[in-house]
Design a binder for this molecule. Structure first.
Ligand code: 13P
Ligand code: SF4
Length: 307
């Protein structure tokens, strides 16, 4: 079906269903362009908690839709592709987390939102890449922090927080892990006037080459506010669409053309339409887990952004 008629159908059905379309910054351009709101994980969670819509079509990955379902249990949350998961979220098990907690009974558990509802339910507070430092700093009386599941976001956060011991989980994002320092060095050589921004899911050696370490929302803000005319972008390449759209006179270079999250690319316009048509791909979370996970998410939402 032609993209034009798909967009018309989606727009019409969206009204009939009283639906809102939320899309992550890594979604393909066409999906970003039909969304009511495009943002980072924190921004999307805030939108999901505020919307008056009856249905949320969540264009992202599973944990994001699950988070929306937890904070807005009275709304129907559907996903265009039920197989769009996040490998990092699947790198931690509930048994592993419980063992770590038993080994460190005084520690507070800070859980990156890129995790399952079950893991969030077992945690003290959630964070995203836009507020991990602020979240850890909010735990004033905690000497020890169990940071899960992203060891790289954890390591980066630990460099910004004084006086706390961090215990990490061996999880990581396969898409960001492939952005290597040599990619940044080569891009800098090719574009010597460019600023470098990278996501905190990158390796420490990659982060060491950057001028700015930001969530995807932070990157969009930096691109608009900075005087830099050229920016090397160390994150999933889907963000380039919005960076170019919002800054038509600036130049953006992906640090690594291959930094593509296959799960973020599973959503397309046809699947968005189908999910609105049949509303069958609903994401739900058992109440007992959702109630506990909600506490950890709400604590994070009270803290807001750092970038
Ligand atoms: P943010 O958009 O919150 O920075 O997160 C990146 C990410 O990997 C989401 O899966
Ligand atoms: Fe998960 Fe990485 Fe894809 Fe984000 S980019 S959804 S962290 S695999």
């Amino acid at each position: 079906m032609a993209a034009g008629s798909l967009v018309e159908k989606i727009t019409k059905l969206k009204k009939e269903r009283k639906a809102v379309i939320l899309a992550h910054n890594y979604q393909i351009g066409e999906v970003q362009d039909i969304a009511d709101y495009v943002g980072d994980s924190l921004g999307l969670s805030i939108q999901a908690s505020k919307t008056k819509a009856a249905v949320i079509v969540f264009c992202g990955v599973h944990f994001m839709a699950e988070t929306a379902a937890i904070i807005s249990p009275q709304k129907k949350v559907v996903v265009p592709d039920v197989n769009a998961g996040c490998p990092m979220a699947d790198m931690i098990t509930i048994e592993g987390l419980r063992k770590l907690k038993a080994e460190h009974p005084q520690a507070k558990v800070v859980c990156y939102v890129n995790s399952t509802a079950e893991i969030k339910a077992e945690s003290d507070i959630c964070c995203t890449s836009a507020n991990s430092v602020k979240v850890v700093q909010s735990l004033k009386n905690a000497q020890e922090i169990i940071f899960i599941p992203d060891k790289y976001l954890g390591l980066y956060t630990a460099t910004k927080v004084k006086g706390k011991k961090f215990i990490f989980w061996e999880g990581y994002c396969p898409t960001h892990a492939r952005i290597l320092p040599e990619h940044i060095k080569a891009a800098k050589k090719q574009h010597p006037l460019a600023k470098v921004m990278v996501h905190p899911e990158c390796r420490p050696e990659t982060i060491a080459e950057a001028d700015e370490v930001l969530s995807t929302g932070g990157m969009l803000k930096f691109a608009q506010e900075s005087a830099a005319q050229e920016i090397i972008v160390g994150t999933e390449t889907g963000i380039i669409h919005r960076l170019k759209k919002e800054n038509p006179n600036k130049k953006f270079y992906p640090a690594d053309d291959h930094a593509i999250c296959p799960n973020m690319k599973k959503t397309n316009l046809e699947k968005v339409l189908w999910s609105l048509e049949d509303l069958k791909t609903e994401v739900t979370v058992p109440k007992a887990i959702a109630d506990k996970a909600k506490l950890a998410i709400e604590k994070m939402l009270e803290i807001g952004r750092q970038d």
